[in-house]
Design a binder for this molecule. Structure first.
Ligand code: PEP
Ligand code: MN
Length: 475
């Protein structure tokens, strides 16, 4: 079959022979190739053993033994690579996951949309700004937001690598220097939560956690974290947490340049029938976007050959049979934890599609992780012209998703969110999505709208979602 290339050999460059959706045309091919050669010599951002560890943990999510939180900005920008922004983002991810762990009594696998989430797919190649038609902004690793800076510049790929490196370096520092310690959750910017009810709920968890940690310390079991969760790599202890990076694998030239062959663990090598595998070392987890998931396209070709766990966005235009064929290409060995399906239908469409997709995947026997992205099918334009999302609509898709999985003898393994813990100097959160416990109105959107891409939930709205999910899974 034309879309079943599993017999055909794969190389990090084999995608080049296929049609490339969302391709970027560089005016200077020699310049691009010089940059790509340089990228090809730079060190990996993440290691093969970290990637293996994430694969193992996602297999636990698939078996309902852990929950996946995938979250961060729609797109990162080079200018937002500051210590305030990064600490706020990590603080929110940690707070969110703590609420889930406390309620659901399950480990949480945290994957940030961070340290490389620069490229954006666009519905149109050009856009009208004033009376000019200019190339669309494709993300900081391609061109500039400034309408006078829209020509794709290969140097931006190098800059993306170095901004990813700086981000990851700071995140690794935060996670190993006590910031992530469960003993100090109040450091994660709780000071800024203005809603008294939300604050009280979070404080109650923190108090309960402190008691539990004191108790563990007293009886001497502090470092006996779940053995199953810890397999497959270095151990982390209570007080430190695992954290993984991800981005949409859109710019295949960049992804290819950071793809490297490494030995795979002996236990896995047997199943794979090979000693080495190709790892994308630019992030632990990469996903294929809803606009680039064509069965015979370049992105699916590239993704089928990498050893990283991958995500696939699944929107309302995906057919059940198409989804199963796609899984046959990217997961021929039916490996638990290899594929995460990120569904994003929209609150008005989920009822028409999700149950059919679940049934098709169940029949196929592919052991996927299902997570809900209640953001991308629910973007609207407000009366003032700002792109927004309504908290109520986001919750409607999320609760429908939980209900439909339960009714189909399946289970929602996690959520994929666009959120930010960013605050202004006075400690106020961004105002990009309407509603939530802070009851943000449409009229308030303009107050602190900072996203240059999709609207994100702010700190308080994100904690609202965390409590909802946590209460659903409460044991
Ligand atoms: C995204 O996750 O930012 C995105 C563009 O999503 P999708 O491919 O689902 O539209
Ligand atoms: Mn987005």
């Amino acid at each position: 079959m034309a879309d079943m290339p599993t017999e055909v050999s794969w190389s990090p460059a084999s995608w080049r022979a296929k049609p490339i959706a969302q391709d970027v045309e560089y005016p200077d091919a020699a310049h691009l190739s010089k940059v790509l050669s340089k990228l090809g010599t730079l060190p990996p951002l993440v290691t093969a053993s970290e990637i293996e560890r994430l694969r193992h943990q996602l297999a636990l999510v698939q078996r309902n033994e852990a929950f996946l939180l995938h979250a961060g900005d729609c797109a990162e920008s080079f200018d937002a690579c500051t210590h305030e922004n990064l600490s706020a983002k990590i603080g929110l991810i940690l707070s969110f996951s703590l609420i889930l762990i406390w309620g659901a009594r399950l480990p949480v696998v945290r994957i940030g949309r961070i340290a490389g989430q620069y490229a954006k797919p666009r519905s149109s190649k050009t856009e009208k700004i004033g009376d000019r038609e200019v190339l669309s902004f494709r993300g900081d690793n391609v061109n500039g937001l400034d309408p006078n800076d829209r020509t794709p510049d290969p140097e931006r790929l190098l800059s993306a690598y170095f901004h990813s490196t700086a981000t990851l370096n700071y995140v690794r520092g935060l996670l190993t220097s006590g910031f992530a310690s469960l003993h100090h959750p109040r450091d994660w910017s709780l000071a800024h939560v203005r809603s008294p009810a939300l604050r009280m709920e979070f404080e109650a968890i923190v108090d309960g956690l402190s008691d539990a940690l004191d108790f563990s310390r007293t009886i001497g079991v502090e470092s006996t974290a779940s053995a199953a969760f810890e397999q497959g790599g270095a151990r982390s202890t209570v007080g430190e947490v695992d954290f993984y990076t991800s981005h949409e694998g859109l710019m295949l030239e960049y992804e290819q340049a950071l793809t490297r062959a490494f030995a795979i663990p002996r236990s896995q090598a047997q199943a794979k029938g090979a000693e080495k595998a190709f790892y994308n070392t630019s992030a632990h987890f990469l996903w294929i976007g809803d606009r680039t998931r064509q069965l015979t396209g370049a992105h699916v070709e590239y993704f089928r050959g990498i050893r990283n766990p991958i995500g696939v966005k699944v929107g309302p235009s995906m057919q059940g049979e198409e989804l199963v064929r796609l899984l046959g290409i990217v997961d021929p060995l039916k490996e638990p934890g290899r594929v995460t399906l990120i569904t994003r239908y929209g609150a008005g469409k989920i009822e028409d599609h999700l149950a059919g997709h679940i049934a098709a995947v169940q029949r196929s026997g592919h052991p996927v992780v299902w997570i809900c992205d209640p953001m991308h099918g629910n973007t609207e334009t407000s009366a003032s012209g700002l792109k927004t999302r309504h908290f109520g609509t986001i919750i409607r898709e999320l609760t429908a998703c939980l209900r439909i999985h339960a009714a189909c003898d399946s289970r929602l393994g996690g959520v994929s969110l666009e959120f930010t813990g960013e605050m202004n100097d006075a400690g106020f959160s961004v105002t990009e999505c309407v509603g939530g416990s802070m009851e943000l109105s449409e009229a308030e959107l303009g107050l602190r709208y900072q996203s240059f891409c999709d609207p994100r939930l702010n700190f308080e709205q994100s904690l609202d979602v965390a409590f909802l999910v946590s209460n659903y899974f409460k044991k």
